[in-house]
Design a protein around this ligand. Structure first.
Ligand SMILES: NC(=O)c1ccc[n+]([C@@H]2O[C@H](COP(=O)([O-])OP(=O)(O)OC[C@H]3O[C@@H](n4cnc5c(N)ncnc54)[C@H](O)[C@@H]3O)[C@@H](O)[C@H]2O)c1
Length: 254
């Protein structure tokens, strides 16, 4: 088991790629504290993970509220004695909107969750990781930090900033045993993209467009993301810090 005895915090872990990562971490022996706003999905998650070997705790946490994140980190240390890794995964999409039509409220909401939520996650995890003698941070950025199709200015701004913050924290803590990396998923088959598809003007052809911009010709899966997060969270990536790992089926190579 690649995470035996490790303690992880995962935000937004009740659905999508967060859920796949929680399940993989539990199978690999980690004890996982999941923070999320969907408490109903949280109880389903407990049932899904009951066979362990890692243990699971779900706590309500809105990542846009700093005090919720601080409580989440405290819970990990209180339940399991330490924190070894955090996956700042929670995020929301921006409904496709031309830039002049993006309200300040919409822009602010996306920034509050995707950018500030990741900042709060790192800010409060770092002291706990130092208390544990070091650890790892994985942030969920996006291919949007590098490639976009338009209509997503707030989302792209938030995910570009997540990449920048990842590099800053990597530098600050490289000599003190904390590695900080990001993943940059391409188009992944999750509820987020099912919502994007339902909102599209052409829901019947939108998946064809996503395949067309992806050289591998398909959407990625939550399990493929989970394996990448595990790699960056575990000792397998021991000399890697400050990178964004594209998991995009070749999209940014084009
Ligand atoms: N799906 C994609 O193609 C794609 C691509 C690149 C990056 N991402 C990023 O991956 C992450 C996960 O996305 P997903 O596709 O699994 O989405 P999803 O909508 O399936 O799951 C997102 C999870 O985050 C939770 N969440 C939302 N707002 C929250 C908040 N304020 N506090 C706590 N939890 C909150 C949701 O309840 C849900 O459990 C996001 O950061 C997203 O931006 C997704």
């Amino acid at each position: 088991m690649r995470l035996e005895g490790k303690v992880a915090v995962i935000t937004g872990g009740a659905m999508g790629m967060g859920l796949a990562t929680v399940q993989l971490f539990i199978r690999e022996g980690a004890h996982v504290v999941v923070g999320g706003i969907n408490t109903h999905a949280g109880s389903t998650l407990s049932e899904l993970c009951k066979d362990g070997p890692g243990k699971l705790v779900f706590q309500r946490c809105d990542v846009s509220r700093e005090s919720d994140i601080a409580d989440l980190i405290r819970r990990a240390e209180a339940e399991f004695g330490q924190l070894d890794t955090i996956f700042n995964n929670a995020g929301i999409e921006q409904p496709v909107t031309p830039t002049p039509d993006v309200s300040a409220d919409l822009f602010g909401t996306v920034i509050d969750v995707n950018l500030k939520g990741t900042f709060y996650g790192m800010k409060h995890a770092i002291p706990a990781l130092l208390r544990a003698g070091g650890g790892t941070i994985v942030n969920n950025s996006s291919v949007s930090a590098f490639a976009n199709v338009g209509g997503n200015i707030a989302y792209a701004a938030s995910k570009g900033a997540v990449m920048s913050m990842t590099r800053v924290v990597a530098i600050e803590y490289a000599a003190r045993g904390i590695r900080c990396n990001a993943i940059n998923p391409g188009v992944i088959d999750t509820d987020m993209n099912r919502r994007n598809k339902d909102r599209a003007a052409d829901p019947g052809t939108v998946e064809d467009r996503w395949r067309a911009i992806t050289p591998m010709g398909r959407m990625g899966t939550g399990d493929e993301i989970a394996e990448t997060v595990l790699f960056l969270a575990s000792a397998q990536s021991s000399f890697i810090t400050g990178v964004g790992l594209l998991v995009d089926g070749g999209r940014v190579a084009t």
